[in-house]
Design a protein around this ligand. Structure first.
Ligand code: ADP
Length: 623
């Protein structure tokens, strides 16, 4: 029997599982950066859209305020005020007018400066930190306007401390510039709108200074180091508080197209964003939308986890399948081993059986040999028996014939003498005796012929009752003379037996004759004839009421020439011949004494089918 290999079974499933785990790790490592980049780009694209809207919003605001100082500058009252700077009443009116204008425009400040940059009227005239009396001649927007152009500038308000965008326009009388009107609006409301969204916003100027941002801590920080000259210029126009202009540490790497991955400091720690930037050329700004990468990274992580999970699920599936397959194979192997064992055992048994069979065949052969030898011995014995019978017969015959022959000779000799003496009567008597003797010898000879001859009559189904009735008919004369009472006990159905009509009749006549002989002295002799079915045979019993057969005689009655009758009455051949006839038919002839009195001879013959009636009837007629 093969050894069971359960270890490889576990190994196969486990190995597959390990392979799939490795595959999951590799797939994670390979696909995660790609997935991360993919989701970052998706987030970046959304950021780009936000950027476009943000820039549009800013541009819209800038354009909305842009024409305002020009329109205000056209008011005649402003020129009047500039031409009469000491008219306090007029200035007071202008102050109030500018205040109302600012309120209407939702501007932080509207103010009027003379050509030196001194503010003579302002919307903030009532406020604590009023612009009135302050000089903004250092501001670029003033210098641009006083030279006849549109002035624009972004700066931290030196008076208000608020970040604002400034537009300025000259006030002219004829071709002469006599002053400047400036409008300031605050940028903080834009930032308000940016806060709370998914994205962070940075607006920086040409120097890389962040002046607007959704994160207030980034205000006035620089995204690149500033040169000393740049710093000095900024300080000169007092644009930003120089002490707050520290570098905002950041590193950028390209992501896709103009999209970049930007790591920037938030609350003292580096944080990663996807950066999209668009310029606002009029203002010289660059607007950057920062989209935090955390969500994209989480999405990538989620996707890669699902992938790994799927691979592991597949791995489990494959491992399970392999496990089941291995178990199945193992079971098949066990079954095969069992089958082989069984086959081996069968082969072993078959060999045993074959040997036993060979032995049997050998024994049968030996038995057959023994049987053949026995048969041969039997044949020899039969031959010997026949020789013995022949010897017996010879002795009996010589006795049977010698005695009448001697008598015939004596009678003949005496007859010759009686004839010579002329004693005719005695001579005739002797010749009559000689004739009787020769009759007797002829009778012996006839019986002997019957004894020796095997009649040509065929053995075939014969109906027994008619045969018996024929036999009774033959003996009718003797039966009547002896006043014999024959009692028949016959069956209703016809008794078909295997035999020959003539020979059966001969046997029955013989048995009836013996019965009559045995009851010679009886006054009222009775013969009972019974016919009955015993299994596959018919049994014909002939009982007489004579003296029966004595003990020592009963063993010899079927021997040839055995007789208890006086010479001339019996030859001792009847039963012997009858016995042989019945044996030839495959039947039996038995002799026994009846429990009450008399002898019973039983004739047992094989029962036959009646379907040969016609044939048998024809053959019977031919006999
Ligand atoms: P046989 O009649 O010439 O003597 P069988 O062979 O017929 O020769 O008979 C042999 C002997 O068997 C007879 O001599 C007789 O002794 C005995 N035997 C036959 N039949 C009967 C019978 N029915 N009752 C008594 N003895 C019988």
């Amino acid at each position: 029997m093969k050894t069971r290999t359960s270890t490889p079974t576990r190994f196969t499933g486990g190995k597959a599982l390990m392979a799939f785990a490795a595959l999951a790790v590799v797939a994670t490592l390979v696909t995660f950066p790609r997935l991360e980049a993919f989701f970052q780009i998706q987030a970046g694209l959304r950021g780009k859209e936000t950027l476009r809207l943000t820039v549009e919003g800013l541009n819209g605001a800038l354009r909305r305020y842009e024409p305002l100082p020009g329109l205000i500058a056209e008011r005649p009252v402003l020129a009047q005020a500039l031409q009469a700077p000491d008219d306090t009443e007029l200035l007071q009116r202008v102050n109030e007018e500018l205040r109302l204008t600012a309120e209407r425009l939702k501007a932080s400040d509207v103010y009027l400066m003379d050509t030196t940059g001194l503010t003579i009227a302002a919307s903030s005239y009532r406020k604590e930190l009023s612009f009135v009396g302050r000089n903004f001649g250092y501001r670029p927007y003033f210098t641009q306007a006083v030279e006849g152009g549109l002035g624009r500038f972004f700066a931290l308000g030196t008076t208000s401390g608020e970040r604002g965008y400034f537009y300025a326009f000259p006030v002219e009388v004829g071709q002469r510039i006599i002053g400047v009107v400036a409008v300031k609006f605050l940028v903080a409301p834009f930032e308000e709108a940016w806060r709370g969204g998914d994205h962070w916003v940075i607006v920086r100027d040409l120097n890389g200074v962040v002046f607007m941002s959704s994160n207030p801590r980034w205000h006035f920080r620089t995204v690149r180091p500033l040169s000393d000259g740049e710093r000095e210029r900024i300080e000169a126009i007092r644009q930003y508080p120089v002490d707050r202009m520290e570098l905002l540490p950041n590193t950028a790497s390209p992501l896709r197209g103009d999209m970049a991955l930007l790591s920037i400091e938030v609350d003292g720690q580096g944080r990663e964003f996807i950066a999209n930037t668009l310029p606002i050329h009029d203002a010289g700004w660059a607007v950057t939308i920062l989209t935090p990468t955390e969500r994209a990274n989480a999405q990538a992580l989620g996707a890669v986890s699902i992938l790994a999970l799927l691979i592991m699920l597949l791995g489990f599936g494959v491992a399970f399948y392999l496990q089941r397959r291995a178990q199945l194979l193992e079971r098949i192997a066990v079954q095969r081993a069992a089958t082989e064992t069984l086959e081996a055992r069968i082969a072993e048994r078959t060999l045993d059986l074959k040997q036993a069979n060979d032995k049997l065949v050998e024994e049968v052969r030996e038995r057959r040999d023994a049987e053949n030898r026995l048969r041969q011995t039997q044949t020899e014995l039969i031959q010997a028996g026949k020789l013995a019978a022949l010897g017996q017969m010879s002795a009996a015959l010589s006795h049977e014939f010698n005695q009448p022959l001697a008598a015939v000779k004596s009678y003949a000799d005496n007859a010759i003498q009686f004839l010579a003496r002329g004693r005719e009567e005695e001579t005739r008597e002797n010749i009559r005796r000689i004739s009787a003797m020769t009759d007797r010898m002829a009778s012996i000879s006839k019986h002997l012929r019957n004894f020796a001859r095997r009649p040509q009559e065929k053995v075939r189904p014969v109906e027994l009752v008619p045969v018996m009735q024929d036999a009774l008919a033959i003996l009718q004369g003797r039966l009547e003379a002896g006043r014999v009472d024959v009692r028949l006990d016959l069956p209703d159905e016809p008794a078909w037996v295997i035999g020959g009509h003539v020979r059966l009749q001969q046997v029955i006549v013989n048995l009836l004759n013996n019965a009559l002989d045995a009851m010679e002295d009886e006054e009222r002799p009775v013969i009972e004839v019974g016919l009955s079915r015993v299994g596959d045979r018919w049994s014909l019993k002939i009982r007489d009421h004579g003296p029966g057969i004595d003990e020592e005689t009963i063993g010899k009655i079927f021997d040839p020439f055995f007789t208890t009758k006086t010479p001339g009455r019996g030859l001792g051949l009847g039963l012997s011949i009858s016995y042989n006839i019945i044996r030839d038919f495959g039947g039996r002839l038995l002799a026994q004494n009846h429990a009450q009195n008399g002898a019973v001879f039983s004739l047992e013959l094989q029962a036959a089918q009646a379907d040969t009636v016609a044939l048998d009837a024809r053959e019977t007629a031919a006999e």
